[in-house]
Design a protein around this ligand. Structure first.
Ligand code: GLC
Length: 495
């Protein structure tokens, strides 16, 4: 086991992986670099309210990330088809794809037809809440710059008369989504893209667009960049001032960052010019925390003071990070709703992913993209309901839990209560595998076990001891109805 852990640690330090993006058909795009690169140190918050909120957030364990925008009308990847990089996730499809300028115009005109007549965020919120999710992160503005809220600083927004949905009484989508989830008692996260591919101060029409980055040198045209900083500041001010209590400001677009935060892994994102795009996070954070005392700020991938937790994408860290973190992973094929053929991951996959993440002390932020009518796919609702049924019985081993060595050992995972008095052992069933009639306790773990009980089956379990090895017997009466459950959880009391 020790050897195993050392190997994992070595692997982690020498293989720094980060997912760039998940697009239709592909699951993840991973850039693997085999260079030795230790992670920059984590910066613990100094504001006591932030520290406190961070601890609370760590106890939630499970949330939903919703990507929804005008692109949902076409069922294309969020924003990325506008980005002229020769990458799989930027490919343009459809009648306007032959030339970039025509395509950009057509994409920006989607709002003229995007009318999600079934928009009913209460439905999303109830499904997420019943699945046991404790918070939502919603795309207020993605890289394409289309605002799903009633901003004063651009008319490229859902509430503008040029957008079809502006005629709907619920057109201020962000307001509706946040209040629907709040009514379910869930916490609120605002996804906001720092890059804005609609803003003339980010993609200046004077120059052709090169890639995902700003298309002029901010050092050479400081006034233009200042105006972009101001625009970003103003929009974040609106979101954190006019939309009720916001718990998390989730900032995407890691190329927008100061020079001193550039690492070898990040440099390739900045394109050939490597123009520095410092958005002035100190000013943004100060304002956001004035509007929302103690708000968590997640300046993704930038590290340092404004990244209160880290967000590995489409993956579970191979180590057990010593800082707060959240894996964001899609339930379907991608962040956006890809269409009728979309494949949704199984119940077993979701439960085992959530358990593996909790066992390493993280949170799972599960991605679902509503369709153009404003609904989740029936499969997504169905999966959320199944997750909820399992969580109702077994949630006590997930929420408020702390990691417990050996964390994960094959299909066994471990957590403990905060006070360390109660320990939990999970058996994760593989796809179509039935739950076993007995579970062997790993040597390091079994020593002090005195009593074991199955969650959802309040009856002390038999523990057989043979050659110093302890085996928990799973009652036949339990297996009769539960054999096809995705995982079982044993609560363990020690002597
Ligand atoms: C990546 C994608 C972006 C998506 C985000 C969600 O950064 O590029 O489109 O919003 O992941 O985690």
């Amino acid at each position: 086991m020790v050897k195993h852990k050392v190997l994992l640690l070595l692997l982690y330090f020498f293989t720094c992986q980060f997912a760039l993006h998940a697009a239709a058909g592909d699951t993840i795009h991973v850039i693997t670099q085999n260079k030795a690169s230790a992670e920059p140190p984590y910066d613990w918050p100094r504001d006591s309210l932030v520290s406190q909120n961070l601890k609370t957030w760590q106890d939630w364990k499970f949330g939903i990330l919703i990507h929804w925008g005008a692109y949902s009308e076409w069922g294309v990847v969020e924003s990325w088809s506008l980005c002229p990089e020769d990458e799989g996730w930027c490919v343009r499809r459809g009648p306007y794809s032959q030339d970039w300028y025509t395509y950009k115009k057509a994409y920006e005109d989607i709002r003229k037809t995007f009318y999600p007549g079934k928009f009913n965020p209460e439905h999303w919120a109830k499904a997420a809440h019943d699945a046991g999710m404790k918070y939502v992160v919603f795309t207020t503005k993605h890289h394409d710059g289309f605002c799903m809220f009633d901003t004063k600083f651009t008319d490229y927004k859902i509430t503008d008369p040029a957008s079809a949905f502006s005629k709907n009484p619920r057109s201020n989508v962000v307001k509706e989504v946040f209040s629907a989830f709040r009514k379910e008692g869930m916490a609120i996260g605002a996804y906001f893209s720092k890059p804005d591919w609609h803003s003339q101060d980010y993609w200046w029409p004077y120059f052709p667009v090169l890639d995902r980055n700003v298309n002029y040198d901010p050092a050479k045209y400081p006034e233009r960049w200042k105006s972009f900083q101001k625009f970003t500041f103003n929009q974040i001010d609106e979101i954190t001032k006019e939309y009720g209590r916001i718990d998390i400001l989730w900032l995407d677009g890691g190329q927008v960052r100061p020079a001193n935060t550039l690492t070898d892994e990040i440099k390739p994102w900045l394109g050939k010019h490597m123009w520095i795009q410092d958005i002035d996070m100190p000013a943004i954070a100060k304002m956001a925390r004035k509007n929302q005392p103690g708000i968590l700020i997640v300046d993704r991938t930038v590290h340092g003071e404004y990244e209160n937790y880290r967000t590995p994408e489409q993956q579970i860290p191979s180590n057990v990070p010593a800082y707060p973190w959240e894996s964001c992973i899609t339930l379907g094929d991608s962040w956006y709703h890809t269409g009728a053929g979309e494949h949704y991951k199984s119940l077993n996959w979701v439960i085992s992913t959530l358990v593996k993440i909790a066992a390493k002390g993280g949170n799972l932020l599960l991605g679902i993209g509503p369709d153009k009518t404003g609904e989740f796919a029936p499969e997504a609702y169905n999966r959320l309901q199944q997750i909820g049924e399992w969580m109702k019985v077994n949630g006590e081993a997930i929420y408020n839990s702390r990691p417990l060595a050996p964390y994960q050992d094959g299909n066994l995972c471990f957590t403990q209560s905060k006070d360390g008095k109660t320990k939990y052992l999970f058996f994760l069933a593989k796809e179509n595998e039935t739950l076993p009639a007995s579970v062997d306790l790993p040597a390091g773990f079994a020593g002090k076990v005195s009593e074991a009980m199955l969650l959802g089956h309040p009856q002390t379990l038999k523990i057989k001891i043979k050659d110093g090895k302890k085996t928990v017997i799973i009652p036949a009466s339990y297996l009769k109805t539960m054999a096809s459950a995705p995982a079982l959880v044993i609560r363990i009391t020690e002597k």
